[in-house]
Design a protein around this ligand. Structure first.
Ligand code: HEC
Ligand code: HEC
Ligand code: HEC
Ligand code: HEC
Ligand code: HEC
Ligand code: HEC
Ligand code: HEC
Ligand code: HEC
Ligand code: HEC
Length: 358
């Protein structure tokens, strides 16, 4: 099939076939990598080159050489590594219904070299969305680029911004949260970006019960880290005190089981919120006494205003916090050794008497 290039492009293309090097970009050098790229770019370096798709729309087939050269791949990945079927011209025919399906045709491009990431990605919610026919979920190139691949670890803010292109509602909440503000306004790299809680490649469905019972570990990656939390004067007892509570015990128990948990157990985010977590003393904090009962009512619909006091909070009982519990604990601490000591003493006296009587 002849190239369906618009307008006078076909003339240009014809000459390109004969004299590729003449039209090649002067930006490229002269090593082996560029030799191939020059051939390809003799046609694909044309800004106006397009291809007509089945739905009648046109897709650009222009490749920006400047971005290509500056990409994280530098000169290590020639065109044909990602496009092995397009080494020769005329190319095999690629039929696509619309621009998105056209892009999706190249979803395997990264597989050979980044097989580990590729495999992780196969289990993700995003890939599962593709399998269900939702092509809007991201492919590798949506997050990384294809001809202009960037180094993803360079900016932490950039990561959340990438997710925001599709998850704008979540981002709008996150942006205003204590975590988002620390990151975006404070450029604080200790604060979590989307991928710290969700992963980048093996993103799981966060609404399952399994994910829920394991979520306290996600928070405690940072909130149990003494060095990290000292900077903010935040307690690192939060996980331990949560696990000491009945909800925490259940979550931990379910977390260790292989089967899907049966109960909706309360976790950190039921009290604190998810993408809208605030400082605990903020006016709109979900954990203020007056608001906390709302979170209980999600699972205990009849909860009275007093139910939240059933929870000891993150404080370990002391004279200041939960003095009654503290007093009972102290009592047991003295009482139990006293009883056991008494028992041992009694047995010893018996033995002593038996021996003496003989
Ligand atoms: C003579 C011009 C020309 C050369 C040289 C050329 N291409 Fe193409 N390429 C085209 C045209 C025209 C299309 C539009 C689709 C078609 O007609 O096959 C295209 C389409 C493509 C596509 C999109 C998929 C498709 O087939 O529609 C890819 C990918 C591609 N070329 C890669 C390359 C690579 C890699 C090289 C170098 C090894 C290269 N091309 C060399 C003209 C060329
Ligand atoms: C790192 C892998 C990679 C390399 C290297 C690469 N491509 Fe691509 N290319 C892709 C992916 C992925 C797509 C589809 C997604 C997109 O459109 O960005 C694509 C799409 C295309 C298309 C379809 C139109 C378009 O831009 O969407 C053309 C044409 C093309 N590439 C040509 C080239 C040429 C020519 C080179 C070398 C100068 C090259 N590619 C190098 C991965 C690559
Ligand atoms: C021919 C093998 C090859 C292919 C195909 C390939 N890559 Fe790479 N990629 C590499 C190599 C090698 C590096 C390491 C470059 C470096 O760090 O200097 C790399 C680096 C990267 C990095 C930067 C990693 C970092 O540490 O910052 C990203 C992101 C990336 N590739 C994404 C992609 C994507 C997305 C595709 C498909 C569109 C792709 N690669 C296709 C070989 C490949
Ligand atoms: C939803 C967005 C997204 C998708 C889709 C995605 N990545 Fe990534 N990728 C990231 C982010 C964010 C990072 C930054 C480092 C991290 O969190 O692992 C990254 C890191 C990387 C790196 C650098 C790894 C390192 O440890 O330095 C490579 C290589 C890579 N991805 C390849 C791929 C490939 C191949 C695919 C497709 C199979 C893919 N990615 C799909 C977001 C994505
Ligand atoms: C190109 C658009 C796009 C980008 C970029 C993107 N996503 Fe998604 N995401 C989707 C689509 C589409 C779905 C599937 C929607 C559904 O099933 O409800 C999805 C689903 C999800 C889900 C599961 C939602 C649920 O209700 O089960 C999570 C979590 C998620 N994405 C996180 C991320 C993160 C984190 C990033 C950035 C690293 C990201 N996404 C980048 C489009 C995108
Ligand atoms: C501090 C950890 C954390 C961070 C940071 C985070 N998430 Fe979430 N996310 C969660 C939790 C926990 C859930 C599960 C909520 C549930 O069970 O309903 C969730 C649910 C989701 C969902 C599915 C449900 C929904 O609300 O649509 C999407 C999509 C999502 N997150 C995307 C993102 C994106 C995009 C970002 C970055 C802007 C992000 N998340 C940042 C913890 C986090
Ligand atoms: C990547 C590390 C990280 C992860 C993961 C993380 N956080 Fe945080 N969190 C921080 C940092 C850092 C701050 C302090 C920000 C500041 O004060 O500027 C913070 C602040 C908070 C605060 C505000 C405390 C206060 O009163 O000042 C709460 C509440 C909180 N996080 C809860 C959570 C919950 C719940 C999760 C899990 C869903 C979680 N965090 C996951 C790092 C993290
Ligand atoms: C029953 C609701 C509830 C649960 C569950 C819960 N929190 Fe809290 N959290 C609170 C309240 C209320 C406060 C305010 C101080 C207090 O009373 O302990 C707080 C305070 C905090 C603080 C601030 C600590 C400080 O030093 O100021 C952090 C961080 C935090 N929680 C993280 C977590 C994490 C991580 C989890 C899960 C492991 C969790 N919370 C589970 C209600 C809860
Ligand atoms: C996400 C659901 C969920 C939320 C939110 C929740 N709980 Fe529970 N709660 C449970 C489950 C499930 C049990 C039963 C424990 C078990 O068997 O694992 C329970 C048990 C209890 C018990 C023990 C007595 C009983 O009825 O078995 C008390 C007290 C309690 N919750 C108080 C609270 C308080 C206070 C809050 C709000 C701060 C709260 N709960 C929020 C799910 C929840």
């Amino acid at each position: 099939m002849l190239p369906r290039i618009t307008g006078s492009r076909s003339l240009l293309l014809a000459s390109a076939l004969v004299l590729p090097t003449l039209i090649a970009s002067p930006l490229l050098g002269d090593d082996k990598f560029t030799e191939e790229a020059e051939t390809c770019l003799s046609c694909h370096g044309d800004k106006e080159a397009t291809k007509t798709l089945a739905d009648g729309s046109t897709a650009s087939i222009y490749v920006d050489v400047t971005a290509f050269e500056k990409s994280a791949h530098e000169k290590n990945v020639p065109c044909s590594s990602c496009h092995p079927d397009h080494k020769e011209y005329p190319h095999p025919e690629v039929v696509a219904a619309d621009p998105r399906e056209f892009q999706a045709k190249f979803q395997e491009a990264c597989r050979t070299c980044h097989s580990q990431k590729y495999n992780q990605y196969q289990d993700s919610v995003h890939h599962r969305a593709h399998l269900k026919g939702d092509l809007m979920a991201p492919y590798c190139f949506d997050c990384h680029g294809s001809h202009d691949v960037k180094r993803p670890k360079k900016t932490r803010t950039g990561t959340s911004a990438t997710c925001a292109t599709c998850h704008s509602e979540v981002y709008a909440q996150y942006e205003k949260s204590v975590h988002g503000k620390a990151l975006i306004d404070g450029l604080n790299t200790d604060a979590p970006v989307c991928t710290d809680c969700h992963n980048s490649h093996a993103i799981e469905d966060p609404t399952t019960l399994r994910w829920r019972v394991q979520s306290p570990e996600v928070c405690s990656k940072c909130h149990s880290d003494k060095q990290k939390m000292a900077k903010y004067g935040l307690s690192t007892d939060v996980l331990k005190t949560y696990l000491d509570d009945f909800h925490g015990m259940s979550a931990e128990l379910y977390g260790h089981q292989k089967t899907e948990p049966k109960k909706l157990v309360q976790v950190c985010f039921d009290c604190h919120g998810i993408h809208d977590i605030t400082k605990t003393d903020a006016a709109n904090s979900k954990v203020l006494k007056a608001n906390l009962v709302q979170s209980c009512r999600k699972c205990h619909p009849d909860a009275s205003e007093n139910l939240p006091s059933a929870w000891l909070s993150h404080y370990r009982p002391s004279l200041e916090h939960s003095p009654m519990v503290y007093a009972v604990r102290i009592f047991y601490r003295i009482f139990i050794p006293f009883i056991i000591g008494g028992l041992i003493l009694q047995m010893a006296l018996h033995v002593f008497r038996v021996v003496l009587k003989r």
